[in-house]
Design a protein around this ligand. Structure first.
Ligand code: PLP
Length: 525
């Protein structure tokens, strides 16, 4: 019991690793099922195959300039496209893919063919610092098209968007917080609204900075289907709230904002809060049909963050982007700073710009990521950028978007199996990404056995007890959703990481747990 007390002090991620040890020795000797991890257990093959093939071509090109054994020179860009076509074989899967996507780019984006192949091959070799450091030229166009197609839902209304390629969405978050702070967007005592429950770094990072940020939790509720309600929007009218952090679709709630919520947010911003800065993390967007980003409706106010980690199974590669509109609130606020405030920042950015006052926020982001002084070495490694372009092209060049559709089917099947095991109905609304599930054990207990039972359960057992029971008795490892600021008694199941059939088992194990509490209470009588 002492153990359990100490356990209750651990963070969500530490706690789940401890649970794994307990699960390995579970009493019923069941297979360990760890559904705590958000890391997908599948990968995209086509872009990876293409990358290795492209790298082979890059080696061939470089080695044609051999100087000595083991030492080769730079590739020659002249006519490199035609040599690339000669290199490709008719019957090789990755060669067919490469030919298709390269020709798509040349035709649809008007890219120069030798320049594109040079960017790809040089990028694979990685023998130059990334230039431009924010993101490579053609890679930016390709990644934007991926976002436009999947995240903005083919809306052309947003105008020009600039991207900054980062080491995953995690690095994007760190960079954004840092640049916001340095540039005076967040000051001591400022408020930020957070649409909780949320991926915990969003409320942890602001507190790590040595100024007092006041956090306003919007506290979405399952009974409202995790929606942004009018009451929550009302809170945002308070002009001391400087920023709004959204994960959309949410983690752990797994819901995307619907049209009515997007419209309500849009009208709130336009009528009351033109000054609100929104950060939207759309990492799970590609798991929702007809997804629409906040960025698509409020491009001026919104910083977009996206990661390739989840859909393409690339958490080890580290691939993410920040998107900011060419017309954006951050640059306008910077422009209107007093000359005193400007002069402090001028000093910082004059290291890299002749006109530091007009350096855009996104360029500051890129420079700050290497503390300005090293900004000439900033930017995502070029092999990573080429991989990101190739992953994007998997979706862009396929009208049916079949890779992404298949990934959706994977998590949906697992979600349905979980509920099958639980013996209750899941939520099938289009906005449910089904990547995660929040299970409220008290609510499920009430639905199964009535209010008296669930009330008694509330007094006897909390989230930690449930997690401990499931691990030690059944070998099932889940995560505490309370750590994401969800309500007591909630657990997060990730549909990312286990075979489909395992989810039936997990559902049954949870049901067994509730039944065993029921038996226990009956025996007490
Ligand atoms: C997984 C996750 C991330 C991390 O993305 P990386 O690109 O792997 O760093 C960011 N935000 C949310 C909401 C996530 O769930």
């Amino acid at each position: 019991m002492d153990d359990l007390k100490n356990i209750k002090k651990l963070s969500a991620f530490e706690f789940s690793s401890m649970l794994l040890d307990v699960a390995a020795k579970n009493k019923e000797n069941k297979e360990v099922l760890n559904a705590g991890r958000g890391n997908p257990n599948w990968i995209n093959t086509s872009a990876r195959r293409a990358f290795f093939r492209l790298s082979k071509f890059a080696m061939k090109e470089s080695e044609s300039t051999f100087m000595k054994p083991q030492i080769a020179g730079y590739i020659n860009s002249e006519n490199i496209y035609s040599r690339f076509l000669e290199f490709l074989k008719e019957d090789k899967e990755e060669d067919i893919f490469l030919k298709k996507v390269v020709n798509y780019c040349i035709k649809n984006f008007n890219m120069d063919k030798d320049e594109l192949i040079s960017e790809f091959t040089n990028g694979c070799l990685g023998n130059n610092y990334p230039v431009p450091s924010r993101i490579l030229k053609n890679t930016e166009k390709i990644c934007f098209e991926f976002l436009r197609k999947n995240i903005l839902f083919n809306e052309d209304t947003v105008g020009n968007t600039k991207l900054f390629a980062t080491e995953g969405a995690s690095a994007a978050m760190c960079y954004i917080f840092k640049t916001l702070k340095i540039n005076g967007f967040l000051k001591k005592g400022d408020k930020i609204a957070i649409n909780t429950p949320i991926f915990s770094p969003y409320f942890q990072i602001p507190h790590l900075h040595d100024y007092e940020i006041v956090e306003v939790d919007l506290d979405s509720k399952e009974e409202n289907n995790w929606e942004l309600t009018n009451d929550q929007l009302e809170i945002l009218k308070d002009s001391s709230i400087k920023m709004l952090f959204m994960v959309n679709p949410s983690n752990p709630g797994a819901r995307a904002l619907k049209d009515n919520e997007l419209n309500a947010l849009k009208s709130l911003v336009e009528n009351f809060r033109k000054d609100l800065i929104i950060l939207s993390d759309d990492v799970y967007a590609t798991f929702v049909d007809n997804f629409k980003s906040i960025y698509g409706v409020l491009p001026y106010n919104t910083i977009l963050v996206y990661s390739y980690s989840k859909i393409f199974g690339t958490t080890g590669v580290r691939l993410g982007v920040v998107g900011i509109n060419e017309h954006n609130i951050l640059d306008d606020i910077l422009k209107n700073y007093t000359s005193n405030k400007k002069s402090i920042l001028k000093k910082r950015y004059s290291l890299i710009s002749l006109n530091p006052d007009s350096l855009s926020f996104i360029d500051r982001l890129s420079a700050d990521s290497r503390d300005v002084a090293l900004s000439h070495t900033s930017g995502l490694s070029t092999p990573q950028q080429i991989l990101m372009a190739l992953f994007s092209l998997v979706s862009i060049c396929d009208k049916k978007n079949s890779y992404i559709e298949e990934c959706k089917k994977i998590v949906r099947k697992r979600y349905n199996n979980l509920y099958k095991g639980l013996g209750i109905k899941g939520y099938d609304g289009e906005e449910n990404s089904k990547y995660y599930t929040i299970l409220d054990i008290y609510k499920i207990s009430e639905a199964l056995y009535g209010k008296d039972f669930s009330e008694k359960l509330k007094q006897k057992a909390d989230t930690t007890d449930f997690l401990y029971y499931l691990a030690s008795q059944k070998g099932t490892v889940l995560i505490d959703a309370v750590g994401f600021k969800a309500s007591p008694g909630t657990l997060r199941v990730s549909q990312a990481n286990l075979p489909s059939e395992s989810y039936i088992e997990i559902g049954k194990n949870i049901l067994d747990m509730i039944n065993s509490y029921k038996e226990e209470f009956e025996n007490e009588k």
